[in-house]
Design a protein around this ligand. Structure first.
Ligand code: ATP
Length: 251
């Protein structure tokens, strides 16, 4: 299958820190991809570069057929992004927020696009309430509506489960599966939550101190680590293998 996201030696240095270090990633079209790693591993920095919000220090990346450095506008037209803290205007209703973003996206038929996304995400019961009055889960669904209103090919989400209760997490999972199955959307998700990964992802990668230490399909991962009973144990095995290998090299 075609790779809809790919990076070659993608790197980002902050003063004194290699936040992302020569990253080579490949994600097939139509996949739900889970990007795992400890706090500070470099996941948000990677998403920021792929969504063209942050220029790489070196290396390159392609998203939906366009170069993230040379052609950021064409990348932006084809992607949606839900940051960890959903950015919405609190004093406006969900509907007004969507209308505003529909105009920013220069949609030809903004009202129709809003109607369709509201129906797809089943958010009509609270779309006319002010965002400041909504629960975290409701705001997040408005955030997803905003991120997908222009029908992007790829949806990026940064820690989407953070702060959600079990019902909110289930609703999020159902939305991601529906977007993937019914709209064929490729989904790139930064996450800490291994239960979420097992429930929705087709493939995973693990980042450790800016370096990619593992990438494989979820199916192969579960086969390869078949003695480990949970993905959590697998994750720790990958991290342990990596640090033992690094230790062996340095001696
Ligand atoms: P988390 O799960 O905690 O969000 P992460 O895997 O998303 O972590 P990043 O936020 O990408 O990690 O951070 C990677 C590294 O870069 C960390 O050491 C962080 O402190 C550093 N960093 C991130 N943003 C900046 C910045 N603007 N200036 C300097 N250092 C930064």
């Amino acid at each position: 299958m075609n790779e809809i996201i790919s990076t070659k030696s993608l790197s980002k240095n902050y003063t004194g820190i290699k936040a992302v270090d020569t990253l080579d990633l490949g994600i097939s079209e139509g996949e739900i991809f889970g990007f795992l790693g400890h706090n500070g591993a470099g996941k948000t920095t990677t998403i920021s570069m792929l969504t063209t919000l942050l220029p790489p220090t070196s290396g390159s990346g392609m998203v939906a057929g366009f170069d993230i450095v040379k052609d950021p506008l064409n990348v932006r037209r084809r992607i949606g992004y839900l940051p960890e803290n959903v950015q919405l205007y609190e004093s406006m209703t969900g509907y007004e927020n969507l209308k505003f973003f529909a105009h920013l996206s220069e949609l030809k038929e903004p009202d129709l696009a809003i109607e369709q996304v509201v129906s797809f995400l089943d958010i009509s019961s609270y779309i006319k309430k002010r965002v400041g009055q909504l629960s975290k889960g409701m705001r997040q669904r408005i955030g997803i509506a905003q991120a997908i209103i222009h029908e992007p090919k790829v949806l990026f989400l940064d820690e989407p489960s953070s702060g959600l209760d079990p019902m909110g997490m289930k609703q999020l999972r159902d939305i991601l599966l529906k977007l993937n199955q019914e709209k064929g959307m490729t989904i790139f998700m930064n996450t800490h939550l291994l239960s979420e990964v097992t429930a929705v992802c087709h493939s995973i990668a693990v980042l450790n101190a800016g370096k990619l230490i593992y990438q494989n399909s979820l199916e192969e991962t579960l086969k390869r680590f078949k003695d480990n009973s949970s993905l959590e144990q697998i994750y720790f095995s990958i991290e342990t293998d990596h640090s033992e290998a690094a230790h062996a090299v340095s001696h």
